[in-house]
Every structure is written in structure tokens, then in C-alpha cells.
Design a protein around this ligand. Structure first.
Ligand code: SF4
Length: 381
């Protein structure tokens, strides 16, 4: 069994570490490219969304590299991602790419027993004992969490760097090294080393950079090719930002939460109280959070053809009026050109920075007026 799975952010890095720890080799498709996307588009249904086209291209590539088994994440639907496994299988079968399929669906959808039996089948060729496999699985989740924390810290600190680009370099170096490690212990050591490198950078905490919340469709949030590397772009601009939708977030939401004996408190959201597919409801909740936590603005990302996020975009328009939020929606199409996106994002951050400066000046003027008033009162005495 030669396992492969499509690219979703760091999944290939983390998957390789886990499987090599338990003695299974996996086949990693080459990184997403515009050429790959064109190939994927050729055999995909016309109206399907971008993640499907990239995934099908990845799987064809992996087939040529020797893979024979696909592991696919699935969701509860009604987002189309929930059906991708079946659709990918039938198209690839027709085209002669015959794989064995293992769908990792939510335990809430298929039941805990079936979920565990699929996981057991996935690791059936390992020569390690079950406790060792479970230990490796737990440590792999720890890698995901620690890498997430490193990213989060770097995204915030990028706005305070004395020399632009330092945090970005640390993240890139961490991922380069993770691609070479052979086990979970080495991976964790590498992430901690890069955390200390991040702490060693010089920062100016007097700076008040603009603070953004990055949200939107899950695949575009996680896969850098699908979002034209927006995180690096924002770090280069000296923006501090937060992104909650990550691989770890998805694992917690779809795999852990359904089997927890208690349910974590959900934030109330009067704008879109029901799930309408994808993670549109969660995207809207991010907008609510933005207004509460004092972010300067929100950037919403999604690929052309994504139905759930179109709905959250409509809800955001209402929230912009009612809550005075500043939201930029960036819809990525299948063209490789980036200049248009970069110009829009730069214009948005420039506008927010000017508004912030204006507000800071207003605060200073009000403060000075108050002080002067007090001086008059004192001199009157
Ligand atoms: S959330 Fe949107 S883009 Fe993502 S898989 Fe579902 S329909 Fe496609």
C-alpha cells in the first residue's frame, strides 16, 4: 500500500513525519503549480470549485510517482468537499487512475467504530505496536499545535519587527527543516528551536501596526498556493494578523468535538445562526469576533465558485453597515497573476493605516484639550 493525499497546507509535511515514525513510506505529490491547476481543470467538472481541481491534479501526479491508496479528508456536507472523495474516485477511475480509497470522515457522520476501523486500516502495514502508533499520533497532533503556535506568534510579531521579513524567514526555515526530519521528536525539537529564533529577533513594541483578522474558505486559508501566499504578503507589509482557521482547527472541529463527552461553548451569532455548508457560519463568527476584539479590519478569502462563502460575504455586507466593520473580500480565480490581488490588499491596508493614524491624532488632540482645560482651571485658582 503506497499512501498519498492531496496538498492542504502543511499536511504533507506532518503526514510524512507521522508515517515515517511508524515505518510507512508515503508518496507526496509535487507542490501545486499553475500548470498542475490547468491539468486539473481539464478533467474536472466546469462548475466545481478550485480545491477540487488542485486535488485531482495532485492525485494524478502521485499516481505517476507510484501511489496506489488515497487518504481523503471529508466533511459532513452540504459543502461539496464532503462529496469530493466519491467524485474524485469516479473521475479518476474513468481516466484509468485506479486507487484504493480511505475516506477520513467525521466520527459524527460515520460513527466512532467505523472511524477507528478506517484509521486502523490506514496503519495496518506498520510493524510498530498499537501503543507506539498511538504515541506517534498524539505527538503528531502536538507538532500541529506547536507549529500553529509558532505561526500565530510570527504573524503577530511581524508588525513589530525592526527589520522587515525576519519572522517570515524563521517560518520558512522551520518548514524547510521539517521537510528533512525523520521522526516526531526531531520535528518538535526543530519547532522549539525556531521558537527561540523568533524570540531572538529585535522588535519595536512602541509601533502600533494595523491588526487584521484573516478568515474565509478553509482550503484557501490553509493552502498557500490557493491564497497566493497572502500570509507572507501581510508579513512583508508589516501587518499584525490572526488566522484561526488552520489544519489543527479543522481537526479539532470535525474529529475531536463530535466525540467529546461535553460540547465546547459556541459563540452566539445572530447574523448566521445555522450551518449552511462549508464553514460559512464560522467565517461570520470571525466577523463578530473582530468587532469585539478591536481588530482594524478583516480579510475574507475564498475561491471562485464557493457557495457557502458567497453567503458569508452577503452577511458581511450587512455587518459592515451595522457594526462599522472594514472587510475586504478577495475571491481567487484560476489565473496565475497576482498583481491585482496585491494592489487591492495594499490599498486596503493603506486605508486602514491612515484611519488608524487619524484616530491616534484625534486621541492626542482630545487628550491635549483635556490637559489644557485642567491647566486653565488651575491657573483660574
Ligand atoms: S467550502 Fe467552498 S471552495 Fe471549499 S470545498 Fe466547499 S464549496 Fe468548495
Amino acid at each position: 500500500m503506497k499512501i498519498t493525499f492531496p496538498h492542504i497546507g502543511d499536511a504533507h509535511l506532518i503526514g510524512r513525519i507521522f508515517f515515517s515514525e511508524i515505518g510507512i513510506n508515503i508518496v507526496t505529490p509535487r507542490a501545486n503549480t499553475v500548470k498542475g491547476l490547468e491539468k486539473g481543470s481539464e478533467i474536472s467538472p466546469d462548475e466545481i470549485c478550485l480545491p477540487f481541481k488542485l486535488m485531482i491534479a495532485n492525485l494524478i501526479d502521485a499516481y505517476h510517482l507510484g501511489a496506489d491508496t488515497v487518504v481523503m479528508p471529508a466533511t459532513l456536507g452540504p459543502c461539496r468537499l464532503g462529496e469530493y472523495g466519491e467524485l474524485l474516485k469516479s473521475i479518476l477511475d474513468c481516466k484509468g487512475y485506479r486507487f484504493q480509497w480511505i475516506l477520513i470522515d467525521s466520527p459524527g457522520a460515520i460513527g466512532k467504530k467505523e472511524f477507528l476501523s478506517r484509521l486502523a486500516y490506514l496503519v495496518s502495514e506498520s510493524d510498530k505496536s498499537m501503543p507506539v502508533i498511538l504515541w506517534a499520533l498524539a505527538r503528531t497532533y502536538q507538532i500541529i499545535k506547536e507549529l500553529e503556535n509558532l505561526d500565530e506568534k510570527a504573524h503577530i510579531l511581524a508588525g513589530h519587527e525592526k527589520q522587515r521579513g525576519e519572522c517570515k524567514k524563521v517560518l520558512a526555515s522551520c518548514r524547510r527543516d521539517l521537510a528533512k526530519v525523520t521522526g516526531v521528536r526531531e520535528a518538535l525539537k526543530n519547532i522549539r528551536y525556531h521558537k527561540s529564533r523568533l524570540d531572538g529577533i529585535e522588535y519595536d513594541f512602541k509601533k502600533r501596526p494595523i491588526r487584521l483578522l484573516l478568515t474565509g474558505e478553509i482550503f484557501s486559508m490553509i493552502e498557500p498556493f490557493a491564497n497566493h501566499r497572502i500570509e507572507e504578503l501581510l508579513m512583508d507589509m508589516g501587518v499584525s494578523f490572526k488566522k484561526r482557521v488552520t489544519l489543527g482547527w479543522w481537526i479539532r472541529l470535525t474529529l475531536f468535538h463530535p466525540i467529546l463527552p461535553w460540547k465546547p461553548l459556541k459563540s452566539k451569532n445572530k447574523y448566521l445562526p445555522y450551518s449552511i455548508g462549508g464553514y460559512a457560519k464560522e467565517t461570520v463568527e470571525e466577523g463578530v469576533l473582530c468587532s469585539k476584539k478591536g481588530y482594524d479590519g478583516v480579510i475574507q478569502l475564498f475561491p471562485v465558485g464557493c457557495m457557502p462563502e458567497i453567503v458569508s460575504k452577503a452577511v458581511f455586507s450587512k455587518m459592515m453597515k451595522e457594526k462599522g466593520l472594514s472587510i475586504l473580500t478577495v475571491i481567487y480565480d484560476e489565473m496565475g497573476g497576482e498583481a491585482g490581488y496585491i494592489t487591492r490588499i495594499e490599498a486596503f491596508t493603506d486605508m486602514l493605516a491612515r484611519r488608524k493614524r487619524f484616530e491616534q491624532n484625534q486621541e492626542r488632540i482630545t487628550f491635549l484639550k483635556r490637559i489644557r482645560g485642567k491647566v486653565h482651571v488651575l491657573s483660574g485658582h
